[in-house]
Design a protein. Structure first.
Length: 739
């Protein structure tokens, strides 16, 4: 090599070193810079005689890895130094002991971990590869930075393997897609995961990769114009609202476009969301949520959102730490476009994973931040009895956090939240299938409706036209979609019975010379100590209110009427019509009022939770549909109340008999003979508490019960819970805050 080339190389090394310091995500002290400089010099000297296949000085590889560690993963000086030295022990005469003397035990430990990972046979079969991966993961017990530096090493190798023989390229790329990309995903390193996936595709399916790349280039100008069109509309309103933001157009990764083409069996042109718009806004942490939802409302003011494509990872961040709002809207020219809304902090976390997390946490240093990462992965190492291939497959499934992947009888893949049951699966196929579900088979075997699914299960749903959901089904499902649909059907049934009950009640009262009207309904509700008119009509419909009870009401009514006139005579002349109106209001059980002033306003009941009179509710001021009323335990309530505080209105059903309250108790224990009898005896006889509904079941020696009771106050409820706990065989009694 000529002197001129060497001189050029030395200049390049100097530039690389300066850039390494400049791009570091963490602030480096003079001591940090000294440490990095020392590691840099040792690496340059140790690798001075080595060249890569491309002819480039080998030392540019550890420098490249260190740059990824510093800027893209965001680690500190210890990890940067270890990255610079990661191949020294394996490829040069320098020993670990010498590194420990020159630097410190921590850097030596990291280098040792990285050396262990590298020392494997070159042409491994699948089980050897899996065994090697297990060994690599076991180094996590020492320091998670070993894995992070290894990811950077893998990325740099993928970026620089043009000169390798094709069979090696395919092997390394396949291993990358199989192990390293999912690992980067699990660690919240979105950028690295995307790069690894795209590069993996480049070498495993080069023709398809190049085809997609050329098509992206062809359509780039058109897409840029489209992004500009959408951005300009949004910018105008965002500026008017004083939001401090930037808008970026972000093409979908080549790998994700390929995955969509395969999953949906469509061509490149038919993939509708090949790019996304990202709105990144400035905010302090206190106002982050408020601003995210404010921007969301601006976006949806201009473009109609797809209701099934809202992803709220601000209220519930992903297990990788990712936070953002994703909404897919119908943009100009009838095209769907995904818009991602993130604060600068969220954006950094998406790019850097947990390195950014601990940067934003007061008093959390790098070591502690890395512990967060470590705990995320340690669970996967606990079961070391399984064989290596099963271990890797299990680990890969668990990497995708709160998602499981299951199959339909035809082999189509479906994604469900972890913990989902076979009944959840039925509802995920179609609501009508869910409602008519009579049974489910998992992997060919008949299972209970509440059977928890695992990744890889194949589920068959058995339906019957006569099947109907029961109240117990709410206990069998975990997804909000299934719960909402079951509640809707149960409410519809209740309403139908109530309608028939109302007609029946009208006829029965006529015999007693009473015409059914609003005030009579309210009196009956109070007389039978019920909550709402719906309760009243429903009970008449199912025959729970007998003729004799209605006769008792009629005879009492005449006495009430006399008292009413007495009160009228005693009334002070100062009471104007408004007072009379308010008194009438307070006795009207089914009237919904809003705000502190209890205003009567126009409203609609929301479809997502179908509130009925008597439910705890709140009003939500929508942009186009006025006030919508939601139950306080609506699946969307937390999101709306925390993020749209300025649109929430207090709301309640006016009720004059608030002396009694409903509480639902969940009871578990051992399924002992006579337990049910003992339970009802304690509630009804000892405590004189009215049981509104009861649902009990015993299975495999376990007793499960849910009892709805009517109590006057919390003190009585606490005493009741204590008494139930004393029953022999009862393990646990808890109050549940859902219908």
């Amino acid at each position: 090599m000529s002197e001129i080339n060497l001189e050029e190389e030395n200049k390049a090394l100097t530039r690389e070193y300066k850039q390494l310091l400049r791009i570091s995500y963490q602030t480096l002290t003079p001591e940090d810079k000294k440490l990095i400089r020392k590691a840099f010099n040792v690496a340059v000297d140790a690798h001075k005689d080595q060249r890569r296949k491309s002819g480039e000085a080998y030392v540019f590889h550890p420098i490249g890895v260190a740059k990824i560690v510093a800027s893209e993963i965001g680690l500190g000086p210890t990890a940067i130094a270890a990255a610079l030295l990661h191949d020294v022990v394996e490829d040069t005469p320098i020993t670990l002991e010498e590194i420990e003397k020159m630097f410190n035990p921590k850097i030596a430990q990291l280098v040792e971990g990285l050396t262990k990972i590298s020392q494997v046979k070159k042409d491994m079969n699948i089980s050897m590869q899996a065994e090697n991966f297990r060994k690599m993961l076991l180094t996590l017990n020492d320091d998670v930075r070993v894995i992070l530096i290894k990811l950077a090493d893998r990325l740099h190798n993928m970026q620089t393997m043009q000169s390798m023989p094709e069979y090696k390229q395919v092997k390394i790329a396949s291993e990358t897609l199989y192990i390293y990309a999912p690992l980067a995903h699990r660690l919240g390193l979105y950028n690295i995961k995307t790069k690894l996936e795209d590069l993996g595709l480049k070498y495993t399916e080069p023709t398809i990769y190049n085809d997609i790349v050329s098509k992206i280039k062809e359509t780039k100008e058109e897409q840029d114009d489209y992004i500009k069109l959408v951005s300009n509309v949004l910018k105008k309103t965002l500026n008017e609202e004083g939001v401090d933001y930037i808008i970026k157009g972000r093409p979908k990764s080549i790998y994700s476009i390929r995955r969509k083409m395969l999953a949906q069996n469509v061509s490149f042109d038919e993939v509708y969301d090949k790019f996304a718009l990202r709105i990144i806004y400035k905010s302090n942490q206190h106002d982050e949520k408020f601003l995210a939802w404010k921007i969301y409302s601006i976006v949806t003011d201009h473009y109609r959102p797809s209701p099934s494509r809202l992803r709220d990872w601000i209220s519930s961040p992903k297990t990788t730490g990712y936070e953002a709002l994703h909404v897919t809207v119908m943009g100009p020219k009838g095209r769907w476009v995904e818009i991602q809304i993130r604060s600068e902090r969220m954006d950094e976390i998406a790019e850097k994973g947990y390195a950014a997390h601990y940067k934003y946490k007061q008093g959390v240093n790098e070591e502690n931040g890395l512990d967060i990462w470590l705990n995320l992965l340690k669970e996967a190492l606990e079961n070391s009895e399984t064989n290596a291939v099963d271990f890797v497959e299990d680990f890969k499934m668990n990497l995708y956090a709160k998602e499981i992947f299951v199959f339909t009888p035809k082999g189509e893949i479906k994604s469900l939240p972890k913990g989902a049951t076979s009944l959840d699966f039925a509802f995920s196929i179609h609501s009508e299938i869910g409602i008519k579900t009579r049974g489910t088979r998992v992997n060919g075997k008949l299972v209970q409706l509440n059977h928890e699914l695992k990744s890889g299960d194949q589920i068959e749903v058995i339906t019957s036209p006569n099947q109907k959901p029961t109240i117990n089904w709410l206990e069998y499902v975990t997804t909000s979609r299934a719960k909402n649909k079951i509640r809707n059907v149960l409410n519809e049934d209740t309403k139908k019975i109530a309608e028939e009950g109302k007609e029946l009640l009208t006829r029965k009262l006529k015999h007693l010379k009473i015409n059914l009207n609003e005030s009579i309904v309210n009196e009956l509700v109070n007389f039978f100590k019920l909550k709402t008119s719906l309760d009243l009509f429903y009970r008449v419909g199912i025959g729970a209110i007998e003729n004799q009870q209605l006769k008792d009401y009629a005879s009492q009514k005449s006495n009430t009427l006399i008292n009413f006139f007495k009160n009228k005579i005693k009334r002070s002349p100062n009471n104007n019509n408004e007072d009379v109106f308010k008194q009438e209001l307070s006795s009207n059980y089914d009237l919904l009022v809003f705000g502190k002033e209890q205003d009567r306003l126009e409203y609609k009941l929301s479809n997502c939770c179908n509130p009925i009179p008597g439910d705890s509710v709140f009003g939500f001021v929508t942009i186009n549909e006025g006030i919508k009323v939601h139950k306080k335990d609506c699946p969307n309530a937390i999101s709306m109340q925390s993020n749209y505080a300025y649109r929430i209105m207090q709301a309640k059903w006016i009720d004059s008999s608030q002396q009694e309250f409903k509480a639902v108790l969940k009871i578990t224990g051992m399924d002992i003979l006579g337990l049910t009898n003992e339970l009802t005896k304690v509630i009804s006889n000892q405590m004189n508490v009215n049981i509104q509904s009861i649902s009990l079941s015993g299975e495999a020696g376990i007793f499960n019960g849910q009892v709805a009771v009517i109590v006057q106050n919390n003190t009585i409820l606490k005493k009741l819970i204590d008494n139930i706990k004393k029953i022999d065989g009862i393990e646990k009694v808890t109050r549940v805050y859902k219908n």
